[in-house]
Design a protein around this ligand. Structure first.
Ligand code: PBG
Length: 334
């Protein structure tokens, strides 16, 4: 070893720039801003309700009125976008999900009309996928004989669903289903119906992940403790290049913003996508990521606020412009 390079006095002392809070603030490279955070919210078709979601501490299933109140609170905190997820009454679910998903008086269209009539200045983002509406919880139509999740039959419904939502006032549609060709079909159908201003946030690199567990619990799309395998349409966690193919296709088909999901375990994918394209990139810090930080903190094994903030910084640093996170309101308000 060359001992000369360790000889004193040291000419390079990186710790100079860490010696007090003021200098640390001045050299800070990344910062989480409220405008970059999108809050996911759960809703249920009742007038007033704030039902806590057990596996997602601090999150609730809001009734219609409470949802509107919550939106106003988020606006005051500087949040510009909210992603809404419905828990649908089981009696309305069917094998295809078609009836409830295309109902112009369904929960999401009714809420969207209320938000627009009230003039709440927030972007309303709604998932386009069939899982809240199907009895089996898959994101698409399941062929009764083979059990296969049918691509083209699903895409047809999703395109109509996007128009149904856009017509009611949803600002961004977010296809989260991972069917082939759905971005192009949704874009065409929206445009033909006069909704050329509706933004498409594409769940482009969405992986078949174990980290969606608490979410499925929250919207009632799978039975508690039961893992629903979506690996014939969601990406394998082992594949990077395949994820890039999905991103390229979605951009080609007309996505305005692409998304990687989950976030924390897929920072390499976020970085790759960021370097690959010039359109905005979102990342979704999913329910299981949120629940893990809460659970470990409750055990006293992690410091809650620093673990939370560090998890968000990592996602931003990897290259995400926007972050969907259950921490959004809390972090924006601190
Ligand atoms: C539905 C959907 C899921 C999530 C968002 N939209 C679950 C799934 O694909 O099974 C997960 C979000 C989260 O876990 O926070 N297509």
């Amino acid at each position: 070893m060359d001992h000369d390079s360790y000889s004193l006095p040291l000419s390079r002392r990186p710790r100079r720039l860490r010696q007090n809070q003021a200098v640390r603030d001045m050299i800070r490279e990344f910062r989480i801003e409220p405008a970059k955070l999108i809050q996911p919210l759960f809703v249920e078709d009742v007038e007033t309700q704030r039902e806590p979601i057990e596996s997602m501490p601090g999150m609730h299933r809001f009734g219609r009125n409470d949802f509107i109140e919550e939106l106003k609170r988020l606006v005051d905190l500087g949040i510009k976008g909210v992603a809404v997820f419905p828990k649908i009454d089981p009696s309305l679910k069917t094998g295809t999900g078609r009836e409830a998903a295309l109902d112009p008086d369904g929960l999401i269209p009714r809420l969207a009309r209320t938000v627009k009539e009230a003039g709440i200045p927030i972007n309303l983002i709604a998932d386009v996928a069939l899982d809240p509406y199907t009895t089996h919880g898959h994101d698409g139509v399941v062929d009764a004989a083979s059990g296969e999740v049918l691509n083209d039959a699903t895409v047809e419904i999703l395109a109509e669903m996007a128009v149904n939502y856009a017509g009611a006032g949803v600002d961004w549609v977010a296809p989260s289903d991972m069917m082939d060709g759905r971005i192009g079909a949704i874009r065409d159908t929206l445009d033909e119906s006069g909704f050329e201003k509706t933004i498409i946030l594409a769940y482009s690199a969405k992986f078949a992940s174990a980290f969606y567990g608490p979410f499925r619990d929250a919207v009632g799309s799978s039975k508690k403790g039961e893992y629903l395998d979506k690996s014939t349409y969601q990406l394998s966690p082992s594949n990077v290049r395949e994820a890039m193919v999905e991103v390229d296709l979605d951009i080609h088909e007309g996505a305005d913003i692409v998304m990687v999901k989950p976030a924390g375990a897929y920072l390499d994918i976020i970085r790759r996508v960021r370097e690959r394209c010039e359109i905005p990139l979102a990342a979704y810090q999913v329910s299981g990521e949120y629940a893990s930080i809460h659970a470990a903190s409750q055990m006293g094994w992690l410091d809650y606020e620093s673990a939370r903030d560090e998890s968000l910084l990592a996602i931003h640093r990897a290259g995400a412009d926007l972050i969907l996170t259950y921490f959004a309101a809390e972090v924006a308000g601190k």
